[in-house]
Design a binder for this molecule. Structure first.
Ligand code: MSP
Length: 464
């Protein structure tokens, strides 16, 4: 039986065009999806948009539009961006899809029937930018800790989910399944917070209407996070993808860890649905040390990102520059430096030198001793542990070695056809391993080096 691999990205708010932060998670999922396909697994890669809630309703109103009309203009921008970045997702879910709404209602009904939902009144803080409830101690000088804006006080009828009831079960889950939350430091962070205690969660709102009405009380609109999180499961119920549940990995940014590691598993436990296997939180990109976001600091949109050094160099840079899981600072200069020094000088140089030498002298089949310098097992393990930056380090260590091999063997003098055969085979392996990161360039390399007659390659990465 072929192994399955189900990977998801957060579903993004279509309140504006996508930026580098959204691209980062989606690209990471693309890299992992491509890698797992290479391993022969049957892959389902899901992304989409989170279209309900007060935040969307407010912005649409500001623009003088109906919410649906507003998001219908923005959602295609996400699809276009992913296409430009060569991201091959399998399904794009929108929370306004009727099938999704049906599943949200079904799950909430199930939780309600179980007695885990009760009617009450929410009185407290709420940040519409985050679509999140806050307590006094979360605030910084009366402001939302993320948006740094004055926070709203809500007082309205609301249904509550008995989250507090799941505290022990959640702690058991984190303890028993050490891969449920990754990286490890995030896991510890969540364990400490959950140990402090959990309040029941307000899961419906009555002061606006843009959302999914509760099946047991139509006056109430489902809390947008309960609606949104369900997408991961509902997408498997659409198009006969049931067999992919539970997800192997929900890839997210660290900003939304709490929702994914506390609310989501508790809701699933209550609905008696199997839990996802891993929630992996990556770090934030900053720009001049400021979070990249529209509300604060600088935004780099997809066209800007691509225009610096092309799609593959952008894809490469994002995973080479930061430890996957930690924060990193974006600058055009560091992207260009890596494009020039690594893709052009190291990889590009190897490809053009070796292809030129093969065109001149040809190859002769021989056992490939050179490839023994490539630690394939380690690369597989690193992929398995989502250490994407280290995967690239390992591949580039081998590229360096191949370049040195050409030097030390002085092939331009010795015309060593056997060494050229080893280099050809090694380059094919390098291209295969790099293909999840730089799919277009890798394909070109593979085509050129698997040709009957190998010719000097055109320059793959022009220096900037
Ligand atoms: N709609 C919710 C997610 C619901 S998932 C059930 C949401 N959307 S969002 O549009 O704000 O996107 C958040 C995600 O975008 C983050 O979790 C992260 O994956 C990505 N990023 C947004 N800004 C980012 C950076 N500056 N750096 C890295 N990733 C960031 O939250």
């Amino acid at each position: 039986m072929t192994k399955k691999f189900y990977i998801t990205t957060p579903i993004y708010y279509p309140n504006d065009i996508p930026h580098i932060g959204h691209a980062y998670t989606t690209l990471a999922a693309d890299v992992l999806a491509r890698w797992n396909k290479r391993l022969g697994k049957e892959v389902f890669f899901l992304t989409g948009t989170d279209e309900h809630g007060k935040k969307i309703e407010n912005i649409a109103k500001e623009k003088g539009k109906e919410p649906k009309e507003f998001i219908d203009e923005l959602t295609p921008k996400f699809k276009e961006a992913w296409k430009k970045l060569n991201i091959n997702y399998d399904y794009f879910i929108r929370t306004t899809d009727l099938e999704h709404q049906k599943v949200v209602r079904e799950i909430l009904q199930k939780i309600y029937d179980k007695g885990d939902i009760y009617l009450g009144q929410y009185e407290g803080y709420y940040c519409t930018g985050c679509e999140a409830y806050y307590t006094e101690k979360d605030l910084i000088e009366g402001c939302c800790p993320i948006h740094k804006k004055k926070i709203e006080i809500l007082k309205e009828d609301s249904y509550f989910f008995k989250l507090s009831k799941y505290q022990k079960k959640l702690l058991d889950l984190y303890k028993k399944n050490t891969k449920f939350i990754l990286p490890e430091n995030r896991r510890k962070e969540i364990i400490n917070r959950v140990k402090e205690g959990l309040n029941d969660l307000s899961i419906s709102r009555t002061s606006f209407s843009w959302g999914i009405s509760l099946p047991f009380d139509k006056k109430h609109i489902a809390y947008v996070w309960a609606d949104a999180l369900t997408n991961y499961y509902s997408a498997t119920r659409i198009n006969g993808k049931e067999k992919f549940w539970p997800a192997d990995i929900h890839l997210i940014g660290k900003d939304i860890l709490w929702f994914h590691t506390v609310y989501w598993p508790a809701l699933l436990m209550s609905a008696e649905i199997e839990l996802p296997k891993t929630i992996f939180a990556h770090g934030w990109w900053t720009f001049d040390s400021q979070k990249i976001s529209k509300s604060q600091g600088k935004v780099i949109n997809i066209d800007e990102l691509i225009s610096i050094a092309g799609v593959d160099s952008a894809r490469y840079f994002l995973f080479r520059n930061n430890v996957f899981g930690e924060d990193g600072d974006f600058s055009e200069k560091s992207l260009i430096d890596r494009h020039n020094n690594e893709l052009a000088d190291k990889l590009g140089n190897l490809i053009s030198r070796v292809s030129a030498l093969i065109e001149k002298y040809g190859i002769e089949k021989t056992p490939n001793v050179l490839i023994k310098k490539l630690n394939l097992k380690n690369i597989e393990n690193l992929f398995e542990n989502y250490e994407l930056d280290k995967v690239l380090n390992e591949i580039f260590r081998f590229i360096d070695f191949c370049n040195e091999y050409v030097q030390s063997k002085k092939i331009w003098e010795t015309k060593d056809k056997k060494a050229l055969y080893e280099l050809k085979e090694s380059i094919l392996k390098i291209a295969e391993l790099l293909s999840p990161f730089i799919p277009e360039s890798a394909e070109k390399i593979i085509n050129q080096f698997s040709a009957e007659k190998i010719k000097k390659c055109e320059i793959l990465f022009k220096k900037i």
